[in-house]
Design a protein around this ligand. Structure first.
Ligand SMILES: CC(C)(COP(=O)(O)OP(=O)(O)OC[C@H]1O[C@@H](n2cnc3c(N)ncnc32)[C@H](O)[C@@H]1OP(=O)(O)O)[C@@H](O)C(=O)NCCC(=O)NCCS
Length: 203
């Protein structure tokens, strides 16, 4: 299928391992529940991602059994990030689509605190965008990113991977019952992989 044409609606996203030889992405499984529960004790994940808080093992069970399962069934894959094939889950990355709008997706990611600043999420985002834009993958035309204002680590990742800053949505997100401002950026399938210029200095 030529780049830029909408993909066939409702074609399931193929469950395949994505790897660059350093990072492996695959569908999280029940064996990952404890690793998810441990990572999500990190206050930074709770600050920047809308997870339940406090976070317990039942939340991780629900994440694997419901969120991940529903996501894959609804054309919104969630991958485990691993640093070895079938190794421990150290983070997740996802592409969330909306019903009847399957050529655009929102990227999301988090990483266990002990694994940060090593380029792991960077590799995971590169693999995810390549798969998302690939007509043989998800055939996306647009991948957008949003983060609560102040999340400079997440903005650095988005900027590095070619996402162009599009603005600030005032009180645009709900975070466990509180509305918060968020930044928005996006990369189109025709954009270069990055880094992107034009971001405000304060972001
Ligand atoms: C956002 C997050 C995934 C980044 O993970 P990471 O492992 O540090 O990212 P990487 O090592 O791949 O770094 C990618 C780039 O971001 C930069 N970066 C990472 N953390 C940064 C920070 N706190 N401030 C500024 N830049 C930062 C890195 O320097 C790197 O850029 P470079 O290659 O040009 O040096 C991690 O901080 C995290 O899990 N945070 C909590 C959850 C979260 O905020 N998720 C995103 C919600 S929108």
């Amino acid at each position: 299928m030529p780049r830029g044409l909408p993909r066939c609606e409702n074609r399931p996203v193929e469950e395949q391992t994505l790897t660059d030889g350093t990072v492996w992405l695959d569908r999280p499984i029940a064996d990952d529940i404890d690793a998810v529960a441990e990572a999500c004790q990190d206050p930074a994940i709770a600050e920047w991602v809308t997870i339940p808080w406090p976070y317990g093992r039942a939340d991780a069970e629900d994440f694997i059994g419901t969120t991940v399962a529903d996501g894959w069934a609804a054309h919104s894959p969630i991958w485990a990030v691993r640093t070895a094939e079938r190794g421990r889950l150290v983070g997740t990355v996802s592409l969330g689509t909306r019903p009847r709008d399957e050529t655009a997706a929102e990227i999301g990611f988090w990483l266990h605190p002990e694994y940060r600043r090593k380029g792991i999420i960077s590799r995971a985002v590169a693999l995810t965008c390549d798969f998302g834009f690939d007509p043989a993958g998800m055939g996306l035309i647009r991948i957008h990113w949003r983060a609560f204002v102040g999340n400079h680590a997440s903005a650095a990742v988005a900027r590095k991977h070619g996402f162009r800053y599009e603005g600030l949505a005032r009180l645009g997100s709900d975070h466990r019952g509180t509305r918060r401002d968020h930044w928005v950026a996006a990369r189109l399938n025709t954009d270069p992989p990055g880094p992107a210029g034009g971001w405000p200095v304060e972001v």
